[in-house]
Design a protein around this ligand. Structure first.
Ligand code: COA
Length: 177
């Protein structure tokens, strides 16, 4: 059993277990999951993922990463994290991904809602922002459904296989919005 931090209707945010890393490793090497993430070409060894796990475990002040768990089965479906947490300025950057087989069921939208609850009500942050590649329609929808606003654009900023150079969009959401 994973300790659940925040429970939603479909999914919950839970403390990541060492056993969860194996799934992270599989999904990080899946090109459909990887496509709109940093370094889509990258190949990850299992040991890289264990290092990632140790890194987030030791950097709790600046990183809060949760396993996203399906309520009906208690199985792992993805990960979501608040990164670069800055308590002085009251902000953090949001990132998330789900295993390909778990897309399209509303899990991403609810996980972001829970992460915002955690950021605003438990960490007492004032603003959360996210960076998304323009062709990542599903991710943009997830952010818009959670009240994020488009505030910036870096033009032709990343090369994505099959898409060429794409814009990076910056979305943000303040607590009171
Ligand atoms: C982005 C991601 C987390 C979305 O999660 P999800 O659980 O599939 O999203 P949801 O089911 O909550 O869907 C959100 C909305 O997007 C829509 N949507 C989902 N996939 C879509 C697609 N490929 N094209 C257009 N719309 C899509 C859904 O219909 C839904 O809209 P609705 O509520 O109006 O019906 C998931 O696709 C993913 O892990 N992608 C790979 C990693 C990634 O890109 N992470 C984000 C980096 S910024």
């Amino acid at each position: 059993m994973r300790p659940v931090v925040l429970k939603g209707n479909l999914v919950s945010l839970a403390v990541p277990l060492r056993d969860d890393v194996r799934k992270a490793w599989l999904w990080f090497n899946d090109r459909s999951v990887r496509l709109f993430l940093t370094a889509p070409e990258e190949v990850f060894f299992f040991e890289d993922e264990m290092e990632w796990y140790e890194r987030i475990r030791k950097a709790k002040e600046r990183e809060k990463v949760f396993s996203i768990v399906e309520n009906s089965t208690s199985s792992l479906v993805g990960f979501i994290g608040l990164h670069r947490i800055d308590h002085r300025d009251g902000r953090a950057e949001l990132g998330y991904f789900l295993g390909r087989e778990h897309w399209g069921r509303g899990y991403g939208s609810e996980a972001v809602k829970l992460a915002l609850d955690y950021a605003f009500n438990w960490l007492n942050l004032r603003k959360v922002y996210a960076r998304v590649y323009e062709p990542n329609v599903a991710s943009i929808k997830v952010l818009e459904k959670n009240g994020f606003e488009l505030v910036g654009r870096l033009r032709k900023h990343h090369h994505v296989p099959g898409y060429g150079f794409v814009d990076e969009l910056i979305f943000e959401r303040f607590r009171e919005e």
